[in-house]
Design a protein around this ligand. Structure first.
Ligand SMILES: Cc1cc2nc3c(=O)[nH]c(=O)nc-3n(C[C@H](O)[C@H](O)[C@H](O)COP(=O)(O)OP(=O)(O)OC[C@H]3O[C@@H](n4cnc5c(N)ncnc54)[C@H](O)[C@@H]3O)c2cc1C
Ligand SMILES: NC(=O)c1ccc[n+]([C@@H]2O[C@H](COP(=O)([O-])OP(=O)(O)OC[C@H]3O[C@@H](n4cnc5c(N)ncnc54)[C@H](O)[C@@H]3O)[C@@H](O)[C@H]2O)c1
Length: 504
């Protein structure tokens, strides 16, 4: 694959010239992760002439250092876990003779090759649709409609500019990362080693998914979490179930309410990694751990430095770019922020929701607004999933947040549950652990949120996300027919339960 040379607007599309006037392009997108890519595809579908600045990183975090390689590691390590679970296999009547082995490099290569393949597909789709790819980093010049190629200094113009620079790992102060013994997800995804004992700092999505990979491949894990609860961002009831299924049954222990305040890399086989922990409230030293490796999974920060934002009059907050509901960039966060004409920001950099499909949806939405069709993304209807075994998936607020919201807005919260325990398909798979809970507005019947933990929860959540997006009621959902025998019947049970019907 070789990127196409930059083409001028007049030669790339059949657009009527008035649409882009004297600009080189109708739309320039800075950053070509899933957000930029989604925006570019939708832009071309509207016949807008489009260029993306890729910074030589087509696919961005998701494809190269995020969703794609992490799911490849989870898939491979998940197989190892399954094949090693001899008593579980015995229940199926299956015996695995001898020791189940894996080749670390082979597993790592699976992740790398998948990322390269998906990246190639993304590049191919852009080229096929006539999107011009600029390899360099794009920087705002401070003048309206202009983006400069940082390395060549060449300036390109567009009627509208979409910023999609994404995010990078956050490394707390005092933590030294060498990407060998102390690493972020960037280093962990390369799977250069499988440490005997690894401390994972942070028990969010990344920490949890990696604990699944590491324990399947034979590591022991210690979580270090600053907040009082493990998995603090998840719904409490789901987090408790997750603790039972994903932590207590595995060689995992944890500390909560402590900061990893000083982390010093080690030398493999010679010197351990040391982790000093302080009490999150009193800041007093509580413990020092010596482990083989430490993974830093303490969140992500926007990749917005040196993009010409200050020159354009855009003030960031911890690097996040403020946007309104139409993805239009605002001069600052909070009161007094004004729209910067013709500049949009999508994806991780605006901090609305750090998810691949949210970035892409925001990209499509920005293009809709550029085309003059007013559009706002309903972030409450965007599902999320944590791809552990079993998976956790959710759409909408946690139960704790929903209770607050109901009290504030004056409506009554309803709750109904379905269980994997009585589900034929789950039992056939010998995967009867887990639950789905549906939270709904008792007055309107509309679904507010759904939280699922159980086999294939990530796929099950889509029906619920569609229901939230469409405003479907539990009454309507309870009358919709679910295929038998499928895992979807766990949701059917919850929907029917909400209206006093029995699913069986
Ligand atoms: C380990 C891990 C696993 C994840 N798993 C999931 C998952 O399963 N599901 C999910 O939904 N999300 C997942 N995420 C989150 C997801 O990767 C991000 O939400 C998503 O990538 C955000 O997309 P984006 O386009 O905003 O930014 P990015 O994907 O970060 O892309 C931004 C791109 O812009 C480039 N860039 C930056 N500045 C410039 C510039 N000035 N000029 C040119 N280019 C520039 C960057 O180099 C990058 O290529 C995961 C993240 C990690 C780290
Ligand atoms: N499957 C998915 O959709 C998926 C997978 C991976 C990542 N992501 C996205 O990537 C982003 C980053 O993920 P993440 O897991 O790094 O972040 P996170 O914000 O989900 O979790 C970070 C955790 O680290 C803790 N923490 C922060 N500083 C600490 C310190 N010094 N000591 C101890 N604990 C500390 C926080 O309290 C928090 O619980 C998320 O926003 C997520 O949306 C999504």
């Amino acid at each position: 694959f070789a990127p196409t040379p930059l083409l001028r607007t007049t030669t790339t599309t059949s657009l009527d010239a008035s649409k882009c006037g004297n600009y080189d392009f109708d739309v320039i997108i800075v950053g070509c992760g899933v957000g930029g890519h989604g925006a570019a595809l939708h832009s071309r579908a509207q016949e807008l002439t489009t260029a993306v600045f890729s910074g030589k990183d087509v696919g961005g975090t998701c494809v190269n250092r995020g969703c794609v390689p992490s799911k490849a590691l989870l898939a491979a390590s998940g197989r190892v876990r399954e094949m090693q679970a001899s008593s579980h296999l015995k229940e199926f009547g299956i015996t695995v003779e001898g020791e189940v082995k894996y080749d670390r490099e082979g597993v790592a290569n699976h992740a790398k090759q998948l990322a390269n393949r998906v990246k190639g597909n993304l590049e191919g789709s852009l080229v096929a649709l006539g999107v011009d790819i600029v390899d360099g980093r794009g920087v705002l010049t401070g003048k309206p409609h202009e983006v400069k190629d940082e390395s060549s200094g060449k300036v390109w113009t567009a009627k509208d500019i979409i910023l999609a620079p994404g995010s990078i790992p956050f490394v707390p102060p005092g933590v030294t990362v060498d990407e060998q013994t102390v690493y972020t997800s960037d280093g962990a995804l390369e799977l250069k080693s499988v440490p005997e004992w690894v401390a994972i700092i942070g028990s969010g999505y990344i920490g949890l998914e990696f604990s699944d990979v590491y324990t399947a491949l034979g590591s022991e894990v210690t979580f270090i979490e600053a907040l009082p609860n493990i998995m603090p961002t998840f719904d409490r009831e789901i987090a408790k179930q997750a603790e039972r299924l994903l932590i207590r049954e595995r060689p995992i222990d944890y500390r909560t309410g402590v900061f990893a305040s000083e982390v010093t890399p080690g030398i493999p086989g010679v010197k351990p990694v040391t982790i000093k922990m302080i009490d999150a409230k009193t800041k007093e030293h509580v413990e020092t751990l010596e482990v083989d490796a430490a993974m830093v999974a303490t969140g992500r920060v926007p990749n917005t430095a040196k993009m010409g934002l200050e020159e354009t009059g855009i003030e960031t907050q911890r690097g996040f770019i403020a946007v309104d509901e139409k993805m239009r960039v605002l001069t600052k966060h909070g009161d007094g922020g004004e729209v910067v004409p013709n500049v949009y920001c999508i994806g991780d950099a605006n901090g609305k929701m750090m998810l691949a499909h949210a970035a892409s949806a925001q990209g499509i939405s920005a293009i809709e607004n550029i085309c003059g069709r007013e559009h706002e993304v309903n972030h409450d209807a965007i599902p999320a999933a944590c791809f552990t075994h079993p998976e956790i998936a959710m759409v909408g607020p946690t139960e704790e947040q929903a209770i607050e919201r109901a009290a504030k807005e004056g409506w009554t919260l309803g709750k109904s549950q379905g269980s994997f325990r009585a589900n034929s398909k789950a039992l056939a798979e010998l995967e009867g652990n887990g639950m789905a809970k549906v939270l709904y507005n008792k007055e309107t019947g509309k679904v507010v949120a759904v939280h699922i933990i159980g086999i294939h929860a990530a796929d099950l959540i889509q029906e619920c996300a569609n229901a939230v997006a469409a405003g479907t009621t539990v009454q309507e959902l309870s009358m919709m027919v679910h295929t038998h025998p499928t895992l979807c019947e766990v949701l059917d049970e919850a929907f029917k339960g909400a209206v006093g019907m029995s699913a069986h």
